[in-house]
Design a protein around this ligand. Sequence first.
Ligand SMILES: Cc1ncc(COP(=O)(O)O)c(C=O)c1O
Length: 397
Amino acid sequence: MTSIFDKKIDRRNTHSLKWDEMESRYGISSDDGLPMWVADMDFRPPQAVNDMVARAAEHGINGYYGNDVPYKEAIISWMKRRHQFDVSADWITTVPGVVAGYSMAIQAFSEEGDGVLVFSPVYHAFGRAVRDNNRRLVESQLIERDGAYYMDFDNLKDQIDERTKILLLCSPHNPGGRVWTSEELTRICEFCLENNILIISDEIHHDLILDGSKHVVTATLSEKIAERTITFTSASKTFNLAGFATAACLISNKELRDAYRKVCTACGVHSTPLGSQATTEAYNHGEEWLAELCDYVAANQELLIEGLEAAIPGAKVMRMASTYLEWVDFKDVDLPFDEIVNRIQKQAKIAVNIGSTFGKGGETFLRFNLACPKSTVEEAIKRLEDVFADLRMQANA
Ligand SMILES: Cc1ncc(COP(=O)(O)O)c(C=O)c1O
């Protein structure tokens, strides 16, 4: 069966980070390299978004943004129908990205030298936002069990101190794609309430559910938890709109909201007409597109699991329930890790993210972006078969 996502779109020379900086960052030319690193998709968004952009180009004036009513209504409706999360318009603060948003929250709600708790390995910008704000990164390493990550509740108390002020939660989790259950979320949030730790919940991947799991919005767990939770979300990951630099911060607690907005105002944060309208169009018209996308990524995952594990003896793909970022462990591959990376990046010319950049526990992993046409995944597998042929011969000898 064919899909709209099968189409190969040439993204070279479009100021695409993924394609146009592959050479400078990885030494891999975009002429024959396969970019499977940074988290954006090689797919066009829902048609309604591009129609809006065409209308805006036709009109041609790009001044400051005003009238956010349709934008807020679109967010409220999306959160309600997709996530059973009742959001009020005044809870929404628009920020230029989720990372920028939680970085400002770190500034608003902690002091230099305070601790910020994360579950590692985790999306690399978590560590950066903490360290570059001169806060301490407190890493609680996730436990891998039966091919999935779990929080280590037994060791949590020992890892924090009275200066640990914030939990920066990734839900669903990147990398690994765990969709946390409401029991797990309630347990970690109760722990935060007991220890006076503010919860910042990055839920940017919440729409990208591949296996029917139910994403639970942290702030819906209880009134008490909502009062101490700041939620970040965006249409950017769901609909491939990262270039519009638009994300939403949702805070029900007025005191926290006022304190947060003060930092945003101090930083001169403002919304953009294109970013806000792209979000509105995607939320209002993108549901069918999203369903097809999730099925497509799920099928790419099956391809990769089968193909990669057969191509590289010992490699183990962590099956993701969410995201499009496949986390692959090379710990049991009979080669030094540097040599594995060398073969994948330099010989097979596949640009992937290096696991150690995700913090503790990521050292033996690489992350593959599967938001690409199926033919790209097939080509990657073919190249991996070639460059690891000797290992398969050894294993079969
Ligand atoms: C968990 C998580 N949060 C945030 C981001 C980036 O968000 P933004 O581009 O809005 O800063 C990513 C991108 O991959 C991510 O995986």
